[in-house]
Design a protein around this ligand. Structure first.
Ligand code: SAM
Length: 235
């Protein structure tokens, strides 16, 4: 998979994809991540990426032109229909569909070229949305100063689901949300840490019992914190 991130703050990403699973996936060429400075695609001498809103009001608006230029340069065409198959252009915005594990899986399975547009200011000129974007995505019901943290969140969640991204010692199968439940509690050595003991069932080697206990704990946690997940329609 190739992920292209469009931002006015490329420095933000300098090291963020250089750790753990994402780093390994990049080195193994499971994913290629490129960061593009939208400012490089401005055409005026001040390299402006924002301007005042039509109709008045507070703040500035991200101009359409540098984003169009950046994407057209990336795709090598001004015609949307000529983008390679399995390309998805995403605008990160608090107004979008809220990103969930099922969406991460869908992107990992169905997309080869992912373009993430990081907004700034009061938001992005709506014509970007109208002409270029397949989908508006939010990472949650709060307002960030820019789309960059959202791009990191989406990238991380998707890349770990790409085939072979997780080492054989890890699996996403039991992760929270994959079966509609939160993950069960984990323990490691020592079995007694400052008097706090690991549940006996995990020490007895009875795998059927361990599975039953884990399922029960996952259910209890989900019931306590995320009742909404127990209703399949919302998960
Ligand atoms: N005026 C906008 C609104 O109220 O919907 C908020 C703009 S926000 C200050 C600037 C940029 O941050 C947005 O264009 C978007 O790219 C990004 N952003 C903010 N919150 C986000 C979220 N929850 N998910 C994804 N991107 C977000």
């Amino acid at each position: 998979m190739k992920i292209d991130v469009l931002t006015i703050f490329p420095e933000f990403f300098r090291e963020v994809f250089d750790f753990g699973i994402i780093r390994r996936a990049r080195l193994a060429e499971i994913v290629e991540i490129n960061i593009h400075d939208i400012r490089e695609f401005t055409t005026d001498k001040h390299r402006m990426t924002d301007d005042r809103p039509f109709g008045g009001g507070d703040g500035m608006v991200f101009k359409a032109e540098p984003i169009f230029n950046a994407i057209e340069n990336l795709m090598g065409t001004t015609e949307r229909e000529k983008y390679p198959p399995r390309t998805r252009v995403v605008l990160l915005t608090p107004q979008g569909r809220v990103f969930k594990q099922a969406m991460a899986k869908e992107f990992a399975d169905e997309v080869d070229n992912l373009i993430l547009i990081c907004g700034r200011y009061e938001g992005v000129d709506e014509r970007v949305n109208e002409a270029l974007v397949n989908e508006e995505i939010s990472i949650g019901d709060y307002v960030l100063s820019g789309g960059e943290p959202a791009a990191v969140v989406m990238t991380d969640a998707i890349v770990r689901l790409l085939p072979n991204a997780l080492g054989s010692e890890t699996s996403a199968e039991n992760d929270s949300f994959s079966d509609g439940l939160l993950d069960y509690p984990h323990y490691t050595r020592p079995a007694d840490f400052r008097g706090m003991k690991v549940p006996e069932v995990l020490l007895n080697g009875n795998h059927a019992e361990i599975e039953k206990w884990r399922r029960q704990k996952a259910l209890e946690k989900t019931q306590k914190f995320r009742q909404d997940l127990l209703n399949k329609e919302n998960s």
